[in-house]
Design a protein around this ligand. Structure first.
Ligand SMILES: Cc1cc2nc3c(=O)[nH]c(=O)nc-3n(C[C@H](O)[C@H](O)[C@H](O)COP(=O)(O)OP(=O)(O)OC[C@H]3O[C@@H](n4cnc5c(N)ncnc54)[C@H](O)[C@@H]3O)c2cc1C
Length: 322
């Protein structure tokens, strides 16, 4: 299926997902944007949100370009910049930007039919056919956390040299010898990582009307967006186990938010992006916490929602109760 990527002499076996595909985020979002505009939505491009108004315990609006936009609901969907934006409402998001190496080969190949992407989970390496060239990425390196004040206005950083050079060099060995390449373009892409490898989707903190759609990959985007829309409009999301995505900072053990422990968990996550970390409290822990919240901090009798492992935390409707 992908002779340029798979070394048949070393290949013992593999799994093909024939229904897999490639999502063109630019095309999809452009179509969705047009539909939203036809339904009355307005978009303000290149406008930085500099403030989130909180009135009492609820969101009041956002400030962007010096203008206050009143809003009942605000969704933070700002990628690696999400924690800084959440801080505008004094809320924390347990998300860490990390650096990730990806390299492109020379653009010299025929652009005819593309081969499937290939992943080598045991090496934490993946490769892609971009049509005119190959690309290769690896997670098998010491984790490189990027602090908020190092972030520029693009989700990219400077190539860190030896750390990524040697990781890419090692990763290249998974390819058949005749298709290994000298990188013609190096990308240090920065993406959002969480301690348990799951996105942050749902209500943020105790500010009613404040939501997060963070640490999402393109792969998750459509399902997460639908589930969040359900939540905002008071429908129970049909996505199974949606509650596991709750952005609550305490969904990971408290130690996981300390700088040292966060680094350790990031190390594990970045090396094994498909593995699930055992950092989450058990369902009982979460139910207890949510019960406490709903009861204004008092221990509560178990409610239907709390006893349901799929139940999700919803902001009470404005002026209503939990
Ligand atoms: C090399 C590499 C390979 C990857 N491969 C895959 C893959 O195979 N599959 C996959 O699913 N994902 C992959 N990803 C991850 C994926 O690209 C990201 O998870 C995804 O693009 C994040 O989308 P986002 O919309 O959350 O964030 P972004 O696309 O970063 O969008 C956030 C937006 O918020 C804006 N913003 C920030 N702050 C403010 C503010 N104050 N006011 C207004 N706007 C603001 C930013 O300008 C930006 O436009 C890869 C990433 C890298 C780097």
């Amino acid at each position: 299926m992908a002779p340029e990527l798979i070394n048949l002499e070393r290949c013992v076996g593999g799994v093909l997902y024939p229904a897999d595909g490639t999502a063109r985020a630019d095309v999809i979002t452009s179509v969705l944007k047009t539909k939203a505009q036809m339904a009355g939505a307005q978009f303000h491009s290149d406008t930085t949100v500099t403030g989130i108004e909180v009135v009492g315990d609820a969101v009041g609006g956002v400030i962007a370009g010096g203008i206050v936009y009143p809003a009942d609901d605000v969704v933070i969907a700002c990628g690696i910049w999400g924690p800084s934006v959440a801080m505008l409402a004094n809320q924390a998001l347990p998300l860490t930007p990390v650096a990730h190496p990806y390299v492109y080969g020379p653009a010299s190949r025929a652009t005819s039919s593309r081969r499937p992407f290939v992943r080598w989970p045991e090496h934490h390496v993946y490769a892609r056919d971009h049509g005119d060239r190959l690309g290769l990425g690896t997670y098998d390196h010491e984790p490189l956390e990027v602090s908020a004040n190092q972030l520029g206005d693009k989700a990219e950083g400077p190539w860190p040299g030896e750390l990524f050079d040697s990781a890419v060099g090692d990763a290249m060995n998974v390819l058949p010898a005749e298709h290994r390449f000298i990188p013609h373009q190096q990308l240090n892409g920065i993406f959002a990582m969480t301690a348990d490898n799951l996105p942050l989707v749902g209500a943020v903190g105790d500010v009613r009307g404040l939501w997060a759609a963070e640490a999402l990959w393109v792969t998750h985007a459509a399902g997460a967006a639908r589930a969040l829309a359900d939540l905002i409009t008071d429908r129970q999301p049909t996505l199974p186990y949606f509650r596991a995505l709750d952005p609550d900072v305490s969904r990971v053990n408290p130690h996981a938010t300390s700088p040292t422990a966060r680094f350790t968990s990031t190390a594990t996550s970045t090396r094994r992006p498909d593995a699930r970390q055992v950092l989450q409290p058990g369902p009982g822990d979460r139910a207890d916490r949510h019960s406490l919240r709903a009861q204004g901090g008092r221990p509560a009798a178990t409610t239907g929602r709390d006893s349901d492992p799929l139940a999700v935390r919803q902001h009470p409707t404005k002026g209503g109760s939990a």
